[in-house]
Write a protein that binds this ligand. Structure first.
Ligand code: GDD
Length: 317
């Protein structure tokens, strides 16, 4: 097996499977028992990262040359409500994976650990766009767990000489993303309004926050490039390099609709604390891999909105 994706049952997994298969790799993918992956030609395994011995058995049998670690509790909002789950999956799950790899004899795979732009958190003024060398000041439990994962990866790379590359992925969006996340949520609300299933009132949270959005297809291409070309023990930002406010993101989507839509703040969508700006400096990614983004934000948002329209039988625009 060339590549094993741990935690491929989520949003990003199916895109990464396609990316790697189209490059000719033999791909394995793990998922949780309740998830499903229906992509022909990819070997699928049920795996719970809480069970280190199961990870070890899988690795011993298939000895993948590359391991992409996507498994995570990936929602900042959920991390406020369930910090323990977030710590268990994001920190302990990573430790179990790395220990399982170490326990397999004569086995030295390349490993990509996917962290988050949220790790940087509350920056000193003027630090945007944020380079990988910036100090971390995480502002929520999710961000803390990803910062911790990054530090664990860097310790294992240095101490045990493991081929670990760490990523800090900024916001990525696309068709298939859960409406837990802002762009998918707004696109779904608009399609529901156009279909007449919802009153034309958009429910929103904090519109002042600025985030760096990329198309998920650009992001998985960066992961594949970093797996091949990233320096072991190093961390790479993956983002567009340009932050937009959530208000701007909303305005792009509203412009793509002919409905007249009011906007209303929903207190349940506000977070106890929300980092004001998160914007990636992607110089290192570009220099080391030659990566560049292919999909403009407007196009990705239109693709998401049209996908929802098709689901509701509304004409696409
Ligand atoms: N979800 C959501 N829903 N967020 C809203 C809403 C809303 O109705 N209104 C405003 N927001 C704001 C949030 O407060 C936040 O500032 C921003 O929109 C983005 O929120 P999310 O889409 O939920 O993503 P996130 O930034 O918290 O986390 C995502 O990006 C990280 C990288 O920066 C996730 O994909 C993480 O897994 C990822 O690491």
């Amino acid at each position: 097996m060339d590549s094993l994706i741990i935690g491929a049952g989520g949003f990003v997994g199916s895109y990464l499977i396609q990316e790697l298969m189209s490059a000719g790799k033999s791909v394995g993918a793990t998922k949780l028992p309740h998830e499903s992956i229906r992509i022909g030609g990819c070997e699928v395994f049920d795996l719970d990262l809480a069970k280190e011995h199961e990870i070890r058995m899988l690795l011993q049998t298939h000895r993948p040359a590359q391991i992409y670690h996507l498994a995570a509790q990936s929602s900042v909002a959920v991390s406020w409500k369930d910090p323990e789950l977030t710590v268990d999956v994001n920190i302990k799950g990573t430790l179990h994976l790395l220990e399982a790899i170490r326990s397999v004899e004569d086995y030295y795979p390349r490993i990509l650990l996917v962290g988050s732009g949220e790790e940087y958190g509350y920056l000193r003024g003027g630090a945007c766009p944020i380079a990988e060398t910036e100090a971390l000041h995480p502002g929520n439990i999710y961000a803390v767990t990803k910062a911790c994962q990054n530090m664990i990866g860097s310790v294992y790379a240095r101490a045990y000489g493991m081929g670990i590359v760490m990523v800090r992925a900024f916001n990525h969006i696309g068709v298939g993303q859960s409406p837990q996340f802002v762009a998918a949520d707004f696109a779904l609300q608009i399609a529901e309004m156009e279909a007449g299933f919802r009153a034309p009132v958009m429910k929103v949270g904090n519109l002042a926050a600025k985030r760096d959005f990329s198309d998920v297809r650009d992001v998985v291409r960066a992961y594949a490039l970093l797996m091949e070309k990233g320096r072991a023990g190093d961390t790479y930002n993956v983002g567009s390099g340009h932050a937009v406010s959530i208000q701007e993101l909303l305005d792009i989507l509203l412009d793509q609709s002919t409905e007249s839509i009011a906007v209303e703040q929903d207190p349940a969508r506000m977070r106890p604390s929300d980092v004001p700006v998160i914007e990636a400096d992607v110089t290192k990614l570009r220099e080391d891999t030659g990566w560049y983004a292919e999909y403009p934000l407007e196009e990705t948002l239109r693709t998401m909105l049209n996908h929802n329209r098709r689901n509701f039988g509304v004409p696409v625009k």
